[in-house]
Design a protein around this ligand. Structure first.
Ligand code: SF4
Length: 323
């Protein structure tokens, strides 16, 4: 057992959830544990949002079995009391009352119709969504209320809800975006082991746009020494897919993620470890002058790719963080 009920209840966020039951995944969900909880609230106001383009978010799940090695949400699981970083991939917290909470919290007179972002912390179309259908239920409510929303995902499961997105695009402002950090098969398999193939994600972008649903691509995260040389290729493929916007983001290694990522790097790409220690020595984000400027294998400065420049990059108002 990853975490005791007692520890859960007395975790750093007492009273945030009420634990309902713990369910062992079977069949396609084998190896996963679902912690079904009742959340007290579901719409989160982002504190100190800084330059973030969204103010309100919904995350129906915590933890994500896509298992991306660089996932910046890993520390949020430690915060809940899960002890091992890998438990983020297998111990999935499911807010089973998410849909009824959205319904209550967006009731006319109570809610100002602000845009809501999903996929800012964990993936709303991760495998658990196939079982619980919470994201679909939330989108149904938002469409019915004509409430603007955006989604960021790596999963082609989003196409299951194409009918809703088409309706949403008719009624309000919507965008369904995909993260595609690399088209390199080996890098993809190594760093995003349980995600749909990047090519399938780009097909989903094309399908959404053809159906009239704005869909863009976040080229993220760009991994120094691993995926940075393929950024132009991703941008060109996104353009061919009709992406309404494309925006690149470098790898962000904040405390809690950095240790996990560096451990993986030492085991899988020890030749790059020293370069990373230097690049991220005193910062979690690369400084602008370091972005895309250095080939970490040769340590030589490299030219900035022309396609990263305007006009094709995402307008400031629509930038978002990656899941
Ligand atoms: S980066 Fe996104 S898709 Fe990958 S594990 Fe984290 S939340 Fe899931």
């Amino acid at each position: 057992m990853a975490v005791s009920e007692l520890r859960w209840r007395s975790s750093a966020q007492p009273g945030l959830f009420e634990l309902g039951r713990r369910v062992a995944g079977r069949g396609e969900y084998r190896g996963l544990t679902f912690w079904e909880v009742e959340a007290r609230t579901i719409i989160n106001r982002v504190p100190n949002r800084g330059s973030l383009p969204f103010e309100f978010t919904i995350n129906a799940y915590r933890g994500c079995s896509h298992g991306c090695i660089y996932c910046f949400a890993r520390p949020t699981h430690t915060y809940l009391g899960f002890e091992e970083p890998e438990e983020f991939d297998t111990e999935i917290v499911v807010k089973v009352n998410a849909v009824e909470l959205v319904e209550a919290e967006t009731r006319p007179g109570r809610w100002g119709g602000h845009p809501i972002a999903m996929g800012t912390n964990t993936d709303p179309y991760q495998p658990a969504e196939g079982r619980y259908k919470l994201t679909r239920g939330i989108v149904e409510v938002l469409v019915e209320r004509r409430n603007p929303f955006s989604i960021l995902t790596k999963s082609t499961l989003a196409l299951r809800d194409l009918d809703l997105f088409v309706e949403a695009a008719r009624r309000t402002t919507v965008s369904v975006d995909f993260s595609v950090g690399t088209l390199d098969e080996e890098v993809w398999r190594q760093t995003e082991p349980n995600t749909p193939h990047p090519g399938k994600r780009l097909e989903a972008v094309a399908r959404l746009n053809q159906a009239g649903v704005p869909s863009g691509v976040l080229v993220a995260p760009i991994l120094p020494g691993l995926s940075e040389d393929g950024v132009d290729e991703v941008i060109a493929a996104a353009r061919r897919a009709g992406a309404t916007h494309v925006y690149p983001i470098m790898l962000h290694l904040r405390p809690g993620v950095k240790e996990h990522y560096m451990g993986w790097l030492e085991r899988n790409h020890p030749e790059l470890a020293e370069q990373y220690r230097e690049l991220y020595a005193d910062r979690s984000r690369l400084r602008p002058r370091n972005r895309r400027r250095r080939d970490t294998r040769t340590n030589r400065q490299v030219p900035r790719p022309a396609q990263l420049e305007l006009p094709f990059s995402l307008p400031e108002s629509r930038r978002r963080t990656s899941t």
